[in-house]
Design a protein around this ligand. Structure first.
Ligand code: PMP
Length: 403
């Protein structure tokens, strides 16, 4: 055989894609589900806070009312009424949108993958926060993109550093998660957002703004997305999702962007998956139209805040002296730094043996990983289990782990 498996014995796969490999974080998530383990690693929302009954009702009512239409193929860009609903939701967040400005994706992750294929290409440079969301890097790398880090501080990307990086690297795009960032929990304040928008408006570069967490806020008023700046309307892509608002298993996300790009994203999606599930879109829309989102989210926010407080209050006791950590105003993650010469990767094997798992921060860097950092998720573990996990971490750093 000439092109196939037989001649070389190696399956004929795209060499670049095959070389990318999987995410080491996935392996940690597998360990997190082993019996007795307390997981601060998972990025999953809390099972017990899902509105299972409400979602069941929506599926039943959609099937009763729509029948075969809910089970039929539908358009690649998504259900028009759901797109209109999302348009109204985004308009209320300060980013004026109609159904035409939006396409539905199978989770934000598909949106990131599509952007990786359509906006990026072999060798295109993307500027990112450092550390950043690894699965976005994975999605962009599939298209051949390369990454350069922009300096960040406790308010997110530093505008002067962004401008310097744009001048230096001539990037195709800037990827940012300005609200309750994954992995650091950092939020960029309004003033800083304006400064970043000023920089982006001055240069020919795309903004890819990823916003899965802004509804999971504990106290602050929401900030408008950076992409809401009218100067960026023709060169920004804003991604959202129902994963943290309703349920990630639904796989409903969206991209808001200019028409010409949405058209190409849509034809690309057509070639990959035809469409996002019709019944899932209709059920999600039904749920959204029959529930008050704020009323539904308030108890979730309150419980997550309790969990955050338990974790943050416990960390002072659990981590070695000289450690630092933040208290994010929302989202799912606390970011901690152990003092030198601690290494969160080395400590992890001891932590796993002691029954607690977190994600070493070094996995999230595009450059210069800092070995003492760790990401701790506070949402998917009950307050009691967080307390127990904190005790286990205390044992790791007090008795069991030798530097
Ligand atoms: N972006 C970020 C920053 C995320 O943290 C996640 C989920 N962990 C996603 C995108 C993907 O979300 P979805 O479930 O919508 O694919």
């Amino acid at each position: 055989m000439v092109n196939g498996v037989l001649r070389s014995g190696v399956p004929p796969v795209n060499a670049r894609v095959a070389s990318l490999g999987g995410s080491p974080i996935r392996e940690l998530l597998r360990i997190s589900t082993s019996p007795g383990m307390i997981s601060f690693a998972s990025g999953s929302p809390a099972n017990e806070l899902f509105d299972v009954a409400g979602v069941a009702r929506s599926y039943a009512e959609v099937l009763a009312a729509e029948g075969p239409r809910a089970l039929q193929y539908s358009s690649t860009e998504g259900e028009p009424e759901l797109r209109a609903r999302i348009g109204a939701f985004l308009t209320a967040k300060g980013i004026w949108s109609t159904a035409e400005d939006i396409i539905i994706t199978s989770g934000s992750q598909q949106g990131l993958g599509l952007i990786g294929q359509v906006v990026l290409e072999e060798g295109a440079v993307v500027l990112t926060e450092n550390p950043t969301f690894v699965s976005a890097l994975q999605a962009f790398a599939l298209g051949g993109a390369q990454f350069r880090a922009v300096e960040t501080d406790e308010h997110g990307m530093v505008p002067e550093a962004l401008e310097a990086a744009i001048v230096r690297h001539s990037p195709r795009a800037v990827y940012t998660i300005p609200t309750f960032q994954n992995p650091t929990g950092v939020t960029t304040p309004r003033e800083r957002r304006n400064e970043l928008a000023d920089v982006l408006a001055r240069h020919d570069v795309w903004l890819i703004e990823d916003d899965p967490y802004s509804e999971i806020r504990f106290r602050t008023e929401p900030h408008s997305p950076i992409a809401s700046d009218p100067r960026l309307a023709g060169k920004s892509l804003y991604l959202g999702t129902l994963s943290k608002i309703l349920a990630p298993g639904l796989r409903i996300g969206w991209i808001r962007g200019p028409q010409e790009i949405l058209d190409v994203l849509t034809t690309t999606k057509q070639g990959m998956s035809l469409q996002t599930s019709t019944i899932d879109q209709l059920a999600a829309l039904h749920w959204w139209e029959h529930n008050d989102l704020e009323e539904k989210l308030d108890p979730v926010r309150a419980e997550y805040m309790r969990r955050r407080d338990t974790m943050v209050d416990g960390l002072a006791h659990a981590l070695p002296e000289g450690s630092t950590f933040n208290r994010p105003d929302g989202g799912m993650f606390v970011w901690a730094s152990l003092p030198e010469p601690y290494d969160a990767n080395h400590a992890l094997s001891v932590a796993i043996a002691d029954g607690v798992v977190y994600i070493p921060g070094s996995h999230f860097y595009v450059a210069d990983p800092v070995p003492g950092t760790l990401r701790l998720s506070f949402v998917s573990t009950s307050v009691e289990r967080i307390e127990e996990g904190i005790e286990r971490l205390h044992a790791v750093f007090t008795y069991d782990y030798q530097i």
